[in-house]
Ligand binder design. Structure first.
Ligand code: ZN
Length: 309
């Protein structure tokens, strides 16, 4: 208990420091932050570093908006596994009289949800979600498969927190591999090593660990145990603030989950599996600031030259 309380104090102090220095901009909602000029300069420098690391992949670039069709949210299994993290988009669809009524309730900060209807859109939960249906729509795949770079997407997780590393909207830089079952595991393992090297090369005391997704409920605990047992997910952890280290990157094998869902197939037959990796921009930036100091002008030159040009 004491360790947890000390952890919360540590997180609060870090958040206060980031806000006081204008690195983060408060909105009044936990986990919803603006980014100051220096924070954004570091974040974009990190993204450019990742782009350079990804060059050898010869990945195909795809860009998507920060939303997916609601139907995809419904059929992807996300609401089964992570109902607590999903975000749905609602909007007004009423008469002029109802608009006046809604406004009156909203002015008082009351509950105006009865005037809102669900739209066909959900908030993007992970950068890779739009990739699978987009690739499947092009027809059967040529061997040995392909790598897609969906860029640094803005993703949403409904997890309000005072932890300055846990944001509700953040950028996730992913790479997605679609290929043969053995090959995607080798690809994932190779990137786990390269990712660890890249982050340690930034002076971060990063460690790799087998991990599990934050599945919901009692069934979720079983899913998490099975995921760990099969080593489907690895994370790179860094001690940033609080009583436990924070995941700053993840390396995931989905086996046939997305391939079966969207009908990804090789032209000549044979099973398709998928894997993805993701680097959490904001968590890495906060980790760099905590490790090397809040003023990047004082960072070790070997770190600064990789990120701040
Ligand atoms: Zn992914």
């Amino acid at each position: 208990m004491q360790v947890e309380e000390a952890g919360r104090t540590d997180q609060r102090e870090l958040l206060d420091e980031l806000l006081a220095r204008g690195l983060l901009l408060a909105t009044g909602v936990p986990g919803l932050y603006g980014r100051g000029r220096e924070f954004e300069r570091i974040r974009l420098g990190l993204d450019a570093l990742l782009s350079r690391a990804f060059v050898a992949e010869r990945a195909e670039r795809m860009s998507f908006p920060p939303a997916i069709p609601r139907r995809q949210m419904e059929s992807s299994g996300y609401l089964t596994s992570f109902p607590h993290l999903a975000g749905s988009i609602f909007s007004f669809d009423g008469s002029e009289a109802q608009a006046v009524e809604q406004d009156a309730v909203a002015q008082e900060h009351g509950d105006w949800s009865r005037f809102q209807r669900m739209t066909p859109l959900s908030l993007l939960p992970a950068a890779c979600y739009p990739v699978y249906p987009a690739v499947a729509a092009r027809g059967r795949l040529a061997r040995p498969g392909l790598t897609i770079d969906p860029g640094a997407a803005s993703v949403f997780r409904h997890e309000p927190s005072e932890d300055p590393t846990r944001w509700q909207f953040f950028h996730m830089r992913e790479l997605v591999r679609i290929g043969e079952p053995d090959e995607v595991v080798t690809w994932r393992d190779g990137w786990l090593e390269r990712g660890l090297g890249l982050l340690r090369g930034l002076g971060l005391e990063a460690r790799r660990d087998v991990a599990a997704d934050p599945f919901f409920g009692r069934t979720g605990r079983l899913l998490a145990a099975s995921q760990r047992e099969q080593e489907l997910k690895y994370e790179i952890h860094l001690q940033i603030a609080g009583s436990t280290p924070t995941a700053i990157a993840s390396f995931n094998c989905h086996q046939a989950h997305f391939a079966a869902l969207y009908g990804l197939e090789f032209a000549g037959g044979g099973e398709v599996h998928t894997a993805c990796l993701g680097f959490g921009h904001e968590r890495i930036v906060v980790g760099l600031l905590r490790t090397h100091g809040f003023d990047p002008a004082g960072w070790p030159p070997e770190v600064a030259e990789q990120i701040l040009s």
